[in-house]
Design a protein around this ligand. Sequence first.
Ligand code: ZN
Length: 220
Amino acid sequence: MSLDAQPTDFSAARIQETVQQILTAGVLPTIVQAGHPVLRQLAAPYSGQLSDAELGQLIDLMHSVMHKAPGVGLAAPQLGIPLQLAVLEDQFEVDAEVAAVRGREPLPFFAMLNPALRPLGASAVAFYEGCLSVNGLQAAVMRPESARLDYTAPDGTPKAQDFSGWQARIVQHETDHLHGILYLDRAELRSLSNNAEYSARWAQPDISLARQGLGFLPDR
Ligand code: ZN
């Protein structure tokens, strides 16, 4: 699938100015919602647009916004900053059966700059996911079950790490944000549910009931 986004038109100076505004506002920023063009642009690769102190403060602030939401990932464009930076963490208590079926294991907090992903193997799995920038909705998304992530740590160290299961889903969702892609672009649209319908009907560990009830991903 080709989902090419236009590069951001934000200069380094404008990125720095936007980050300063957010850091000095004195309140946590609101999360940008779908329809805002910043979510549809290729974010600028990080190349030292911020001082080390500013980058550290921004990561801390994104961590706080993600916790408050609550969510398991947040990308800088979701705060209106078109920069290739995202924070990820999954320490939520999850039902044991759900965790087993979805391959959901705790993901310790980390921040990634300039991530690049490639799938490992041909296995793909579909589960419901949501997005802090698409309030109130969830949809099933087929994604590679495992992927290799190359990224730069905030201290400038290049990193490579393999992820699978739910961790791989989170990493792919956040990397997509930095490339102007929303999960809905990859979703089975017939699976689309508002949160109340999802909770009432489709929150089982796997998506088999939802597939039958809503008519998506039919068996061939
Ligand atoms: Zn999202």
